[in-house]
Design a binder for this molecule. Structure first.
Ligand code: DUC
Ligand code: ZN
Ligand code: ZN
Length: 486
């Protein structure tokens, strides 16, 4: 009987802080040993010439989710998790979305039914709250107890926008339980005002989508969201930051001590609003919110990635096919506001970040690990993932850093009919991906069974070392002694 089920040997291990040669011994789905040389193992995997890294944790993706206007994503938990695995991820956290009038219990049970029988990877959910009634707020402690410790709210879209008061209510409950509130920050009225002006001028082609959602709409909303969170000293995560101005606010407020986290996404680094002006209705494929910006913004976002403004680079995989099931559910020649919002990218996130980040010398290998998994583990409370260390889940991706391939839709494993990354040359691809010691993908082949992934109960957000903000008006020492109950 050998001490290890699997030994990965000869590879260069990358953690969030070091790069070193080591062998890894895996037993019962966990990393059991890390040493210069490990003998034995029922199975030995030769990683010579390869990088051995924590499997990616995809912290922002939409899987088997209806949008507020009723469009279902093309990917379910099977195709979504398979596609994620081919892109170097060992786990993912899609959203469980409440639509108005639904109880949270109903939402969670719906997504359990969608995920458990199908996912090939471990998963959790961020809960989207669109209707924070007293009854819904009262359900949240039970959700935290189950290990769903983060949720997303919207400041835009009429059917999702919960208003500033709703946000304060949610932030307050979240703070009481150590949960993290994630926010889509765009000023709803600015966008609606732009939509009316553009419609009145007959400017409804896909390219005007980018114009309709100004940079200032994001900047204003980020500033407001941070102010709301600071008032109650709650933790806040700004999703899909797409502007230099928004990133600057994040940087400034982090420095000032706010309990603030943020991400950007590959599409804001790889594409620009010029892509929305492709011939015919092809630009519809590039409609996402916040919208694509420009090359100057790309440079600024890279600098923020390099200098630590963002915890993660996430895909915001929101797959709607370019047909009547997705983008064109409302017709093929409709004005941009009627075109489904979002693009796929769950399998391209890490190869793109590796190629443009590590290979081009913009970030180090440990930074890649931080941005792809380690920080997500800490922020979203996955305390056994995101590291290569004894006791952690054997969630491991073995990468060939030298392999160059052109990205094509034909090579994707999602249910989509296009990739926005078509034709981009990528150097560095995952060869093998494992989740809790089980090989999920190896040499371009799926090896894992449908439904093997497990729900992961998450811990509260780790706020160690973050001072926070005490608003004077809520501090009994400075507000005439008023105790304002949460
Ligand atoms: N927000 C997202 O996070 N994804 C898709 C569309 C949106 O508005
Ligand atoms: Zn969003
Ligand atoms: Zn999203």
């Amino acid at each position: 009987m050998t001490a290890y089920d699997t030994v990965i040997h000869g590879g260069r291990v990358v953690t969030a802080s070091e790069v070193f040669f080591a062998d890894i011994g895996i037993r019962d789905g966990r990393i059991a040993a890390l040493a210069e040389t490990i003998e034995g193992g029922e199975r030995r995997i030769d990683a010579t010439g390869r990088l051995v890294m924590p499997g990616g944790i995809e912290g922002h993706c939409h899987i088997a989710q209806e949008s507020s206007s009723g469009v279902m994503t093309a990917d379910d938990y099977y195709s979504g998790s398979v596609s994620a695995a081919f892109g170097g991820n060992s786990s993912f956290i899609p959203f469980a979305a409440q639509h108005r009038g639904q109880s949270i219990a109903e939402v969670i049970s719906t997504y359990d039914g969608r995920a458990a029988p199908h996912s090939v990877l471990d998963y959790s959910y961020h809960l989207i709250i669109s209707d924070p009634t007293a009854a819904v707020l009262a359900e949240l402690p039970g959700v935290f107890a189950r290990g769903i410790t983060s949720f997303k709210v919207f400041m835009t879209y009429d059917l999702m926008n919960i208003g500033d008061g709703g946000m304060l209510d949610i932030l307050t409950v979240a703070k009481a339980h150590g949960a993290l509130t994630m926010v889509h920050a765009e000023n709803n009225d600015m966008v609606k005002w732009m939509n009316r002006r553009l419609a009145a001028a007959g400017l409804t082609a896909p390219k005007y989508h980018a114009i309709s959602r100004p940079e200032l709409a994001e900047e204003e909303a980020i500033n407001r969201a941070v102010s709301l969170a600071k008032l109650v000293d709650a933790a806040l995560f700004i999703v899909h930051v797409s502007t230099a101005g928004g990133a600057e606010i994040v940087r400034r407020e982090k420095l000032a001590g706010a309990k603030l986290f943020a991400e950007t996404c590959p599409q804001y680094l790889a594409l620009t609003r010029a892509d929305l002006d492709r011939p015919g209705m092809d630009g519809a494929k590039y409609i996402c919110s916040p919208p694509l910006r420009d090359t100057k913004t790309q440079d600024a976002l890279w600098r923020h990635i390099q200098t630590g403004t963002f915890e993660s680079v996430s895909s915001d995989h929101a797959p709607y096919r370019a047909d009547a099931s997705g983008k064109f559910l409302n017709g093929s020649e409709v004005p941009y506001p009627k075109i489904a919002n979002g693009m796929p990218g769950i399998a391209m996130r890490l190869p793109y970040l590796f190629s443009e980040g590590v290979v081009k010398g913009r970030i180090t290998l440990p930074q890649f690990v931080q941005l792809s998994s380690a920080n997500a583990a800490r922020t979203f409370g996955l305390d056994k993932k995101g590291a290569i260390a004894p006791g952690y889940d054997a969630d491991i991706a073995i990468w060939n850093p030298a392999e160059t391939r052109i990205a094509t839709q034909a090579a994707q494993h999602d249910n989509m009919d296009y990739t926005p990354f078509e034709g981009i040359e990528i150097t560095g691809w995952p060869d093998l991906v494992m989740n809790r010691g089980t090989i999920v993908v190896e040499k371009g082949e799926l090896k894992a069974e449908r439904g093997r992934g497990r729900f992961v109960a998450r811990k509260p957000v780790d706020l160690t070392g973050i001072p926070g903000h005490r608003a004077g008006e809520l501090d009994p020492a400075r507000n005439f002694g008023a105790e304002i109950a949460p």
